[in-house]
Design a protein around this ligand. Sequence first.
Ligand code: ZN
Ligand code: ZN
Length: 337
Amino acid sequence: MHLVTLGFDDGFLKSNLKIAEIFEKHHLAACFNIIAIGHRPEYVPPDPYQAGPKKGDFKLWNELQARGHEIQPHGYRHANKANLPLGESQALIRDCLALFQAELAGFSPKESVFAFPYSTTTPELEQWLPTEVRAFRAGGTGLNPLPHPQMNRLGTTGFGPGNCDQHLDEHVAKLLAQPSGWLVYTGHGLDDEGWGPLSAGYLDQLLGRLTAIPTVNVLPPGAALRQCQRPANCKCETPPFLFADSVEKEIGTDSFGATVSLHRCKCCGKTWLKYLMEEAHFTKSGRWWRVAVPGEVCASVTAKMARPFIEQQPWCFIGGSYFESTGKLQSSPIKIM
Ligand SMILES: [Zn+2]
Ligand SMILES: [Zn+2]
């Protein structure tokens, strides 16, 4: 089992919109690490890489979060906390978390993963911060053990100021050469934005390659840590299934008039294919079938192939008023009618 987390720091507007689009194309969630006041006029860019490009704001971060992406704190004003007294760093981190609570829907510091600017810390800060947040991202080789419930330090790596495609590619290769592990990689903008940019084309190609490997999971850090804490059965494997627990992507309607959609679990990242039939004129006609879809199949799902795909599965969930069920297991042979 290999886990890949790609985080994008500093909140560049143009890049983050494009990154979200690329991740969504592969039915994945991205992680954006945001400076609390990065979009405000009083923000002083710490380097020329942040001085030029336009930043997003919390309206956008809320929108991206609603689309299934993860928004994590990246400091109040992007201070290098290796150079500050402990008390000052603590105050900045608390201000950052408070601003996130005020501006980002549903934000909970205790669930968050604090991404240190420059990934620099001090031993005192590293000892204190887990009392405030779920985990933090700091310096390292980028290669970590798979997440476990006590884990609160994620070691990350990155490359700059030039393009980081090759550096990331080498680290993915290193991860895949190990029996298991978790790569936590830090990027910034795309193509021409920010320090150490990633090429949009390379990101697209990399995500395509990774989602095609059944043993690789690409998850933002919060979801990765939640996954290891969940009981053996995730919510997405236990009916009833709530709309709010997954991100839906409409695929279309097939020749039988069924509505076909994909649902990616916000908790574990697993994707489900749902096939919904409804005849408006008949009461109790609503019925649906729901099967897990391997990562490598997600991108190629079409409305036409949904029905035969589901009927070939060893088991599925069925539900709806027709079955008088909010969801129950059905094993093969599966026959859609
Ligand atoms: Zn940064
Ligand atoms: Zn799940």
